[in-house]
Design a protein around this ligand. Structure first.
Ligand code: DAH
Length: 353
């Protein structure tokens, strides 16, 4: 076959291959194979020296023609492939606005926080204000000023965690040697009596700590709401009326309450308040250990010693105080059998409230 015919055939075959290329990458392979440095068409150009003189003009013309054809076809095909590749990329990245949206799940307040809010709202409505204390407290405010001096047996029921400084020594705050994590919010009572003007109507919600192992009815860290009223002429009747109202509000009109005589060092007389069992309604069941009642809170008339230690004259003023465990209250309200369920973080459980 004459060289010019070979070139015509090569050009025709190359144009077909260019047409058949389905991507810019495949097209580039064709370009390299034909007009690249080692390409088949480039080979003809390189070999022009060996073409007999009389044919050189014709072959040269044919090679150039073939190259121009191929290069023009490569250019055109490249532009077309690029455009369709861009289209495909745009289409692939497109958002299908007909798909259903991804649902956002609304969070809920944790039951403990919801309980703190509920109790706080209730007392704010009665004209109380909210006082805040610190979780790290001194022995004096947690025990001594609440009528429980160092050798008082009631202390043994509220062992706690003691705070040491970096050297391992017992830390000192305000000249007190024993710094601890408070076991009760009752110490806030003393701060408020020392710092605020009379009369006093406050509640103090907050976290407390005990050296207890977690079980269905104990947690080493939990929340209490403390309450304190100090005014002229406050009686046990005021205490009863207030707490009965609060219980009705929180547990609903069907649940009964009862006051049971008890002992606390900082109140005299003292009582515990029980609420009727929400599962058996007083019949007796496993939840209430067969008694029909569940213990809710401690309360009493502020002991005159406590008033005196905080600089208040018990001849002129009297008061009542109470303290309730928030986790316990939440469980009694919603019939949850184990305090630990509040802390396990199981969203199926927590979302119910
Ligand atoms: N602080 C007590 C406790 O943790 C609860 C308590 C009882 C608080 C009687 C009071 C009160 O204010 O008057 O067990």
């Amino acid at each position: 076959m004459a060289v010019t015919d070979e070139l015509t055939a090569l050009a025709a075959e190359t144009l077909q291959r260019i047409d058949a290329a389905q991507s810019t990458a495949a097209l580039d392979e064709v370009r390299v194979a034909v007009v690249g440095k080692q390409g088949s068409l480039t080979g003809y150009l390189r070999n022009m020296g060996s073409v007999p003189k009389e044919e050189r003009a014709a072959v040269g013309k044919a090679v150039n023609q073939a190259r121009e054809q191929v290069e023009a076809a490569l250019e055109a095909r490249k532009a077309a492939l690029k455009a369709s590749e861009l289209d495909a990329a745009i289409e692939g990245a497109a958002v299908d606005i007909t798909l259903p949206g991804r649902g956002q799940q609304m969070g809920t307040r944790h039951l403990i926080n919801a309980m703190i809010d509920e109790v706080s709202e209730l007392f704010l409505g009665l004209g109380y204000s909210v006082a805040e204390g610190t979780e790290v407290e001194t022995d004096y405010y947690n025990f001594t000023a609440l009528n429980a001096p160092a050798d008082h047996p009631s202390r043994s029921m509220q062992d706690t965690f003691y705070v040491r400084d970096m050297s391992g020594d017992v830390a000192e705050v305000q000249g007190e040697s024993d710094v601890l994590l408070r076991t009760q919010t009752s110490g806030v009572q003393v701060h408020v009596m020392e710092d605020q003007e009379l009369p006093i109507y406050i509640i103090a919600p907050g976290k407390v700590y005990r050296r207890d192992v977690a079980d269905p009815s104990h947690l080493p860290q939990f929340h209490q709401v403390e309450g304190l009223v100090v005014d002229r002429g406050i009686t046990f009747g005021d205490l009863k009326g207030t707490l009965e109202l609060v219980c009705k509000q929180i547990f609903g009109p069907d649940r009964k309450t009862r006051f049971r005589a008890h002992y606390f060092p900082f109140t005299e007389p003292s009582a515990e308040v029980d609420v009727s069992c929400g599962i058996c309604h007083g019949e007796g069941c496993r939840m209430c250990k067969g008694t029909g009642w569940l213990e809710l809170l401690g309360c009493g008339m502020v002991d005159s010693n406590v008033l005196k230690m905080s600089g208040i004259d018990p001849e002129e003023y009297s008061g009542f105080a109470f303290g309730m465990g928030l986790e316990r209250m939440a469980c009694l309200k919603y019939n949850v059998p184990d305090l630990r369920m509040l802390l396990e973080g199981d969203m199926r459980f927590l979302r119910q409230f």
